[in-house]
Design a protein around this ligand. Structure first.
Ligand code: G1P
Length: 299
């Protein structure tokens, strides 16, 4: 099996949950402490050796393209002022990875967004990382997923147990045990079911490794939930109907670490507080203030 080098990152969504902040700014550019949320996602891909990053983008995402590009005037100005630390921070995003863009045109769902990567990816396995899902860098998980794909072949997804009241926000997976505690075989999937119809409380988190067979499956996948071409429906086909010899089969890693949904206001605030608390530069002063603040909150 060829090595995974490409991370596909769909970023064409509107970010309506964060209006009005996202009226003229892509939701992926909202800062988590002092870095845009999307930079954490790209850094995670690079940490797993995925140096080829393909954004599936859309209208009003120019700021995102600029963030991962050189900024000659700003760099020259910072160099002139001998602000070397800031200069590094400005250069980091453009030097992280080889960044490419494909426009989605009409957004017809997550499955449609991923199918746009076909020409770039070719006949190689690849990763998909969703920009709203921020995995705490201390709980890095992509390497575990890559090992499972190397061992079992096919595709691999990340699952996390959620409260039944939240399963309607996610893809839900039916699973079978394997001989490893944190690895399961996926036998069925339903996109955003009601709690009573969910096959389990294992929710799909936005990290996927795909066999290129997914492209053919996506071409045949009919619009599903909300009239959109759902990635979850294509994964269901990979799990149930596509033979292992031609790229079928779906396993999952069960994630027990810290993950934030930066598209959700409460989870976004939690990500800022958690990551700021851990920072060497900000953490001590921030935690000191936070403790006093919490003590004064009362009930
Ligand atoms: C998407 C997927 C869903 C998955 C979720 C993870 O939904 O369709 O299966 O569980 O990401 O964040 P979205 O949150 O984009 O509506």
């Amino acid at each position: 099996m060829s090595k995974v080098t490409c991370a596909v990152v769909p970023v064409a969504g509107y970010g309506t949950r964060f209006l009005p902040a996202t009226k003229a700014t892509p939701k992926e550019m909202l800062p988590v402490v002092d870095k845009p949320a999307i930079q954490y996602v790209v850094e995670e891909a690079v940490a797993a050796g995925l140096h080829d990053v393909l954004f599936i983008t859309g209208r009003s995402k120019r700021a995102l393209e600029d963030h991962f590009d050189d900024s000659p005037e700003l760099e020259a100005e910072l160099a002139k002022q001998n602000k070397s630390e800031l200069l590094e921070k400005v250069k980091d995003p453009s030097e992280l990875a080889k960044i490419h863009f494909v426009r989605q045109g009409v957004p017809k769902g997550l499955g449609h967004a991923v199918s746009m990567a076909k020409e770039h990816v070719g006949n190689n396995p690849f990763a998909v990382l969703l920009g709203d899902d921020l995995i705490d860098p201390r709980d890095f998980v992509l390497d575990d997923m890559l090992k499972v794909q190397a061992e079992h072949g096919g595709s691999v997804v990340l699952l996390m147990e959620v409260d039944p009241s939240e399963i309607h926000l996610y893809g839900s997976a039916q699973v079978e045990k394997t001989d490893k505690e944190n690895v399961v075989k996926v036998t069925d999937l339903v996109e955003k079911p009601n709690a009573k119809d969910a096959p389990s409380n294992y929710a799909v988190i936005g990290r996927y490794l795909f066999d290129p067979a997914v492209f053919e499956v996506l071409e045949k996948t009919k619009p599903g939930k909300n009239g959109e071409i759902q990635l979850t429906d294509a994964m269901k086909t990979l799990a149930k109907d596509v033979k292992k010899e031609v790229g079928g089969g779906l396993h999952a890693v069960i994630f027990k670490g810290r993950r934030y949904d930066t598209g959700d206001k409460l989870s976004y605030l939690q990500s800022v507080v958690q990551l700021a608390s851990e920072r060497e530069d900000l953490g001590p002063a921030f935690k000191k203030w936070l403790k006093t603040f919490v003590n004064n909150l009362g009930n």
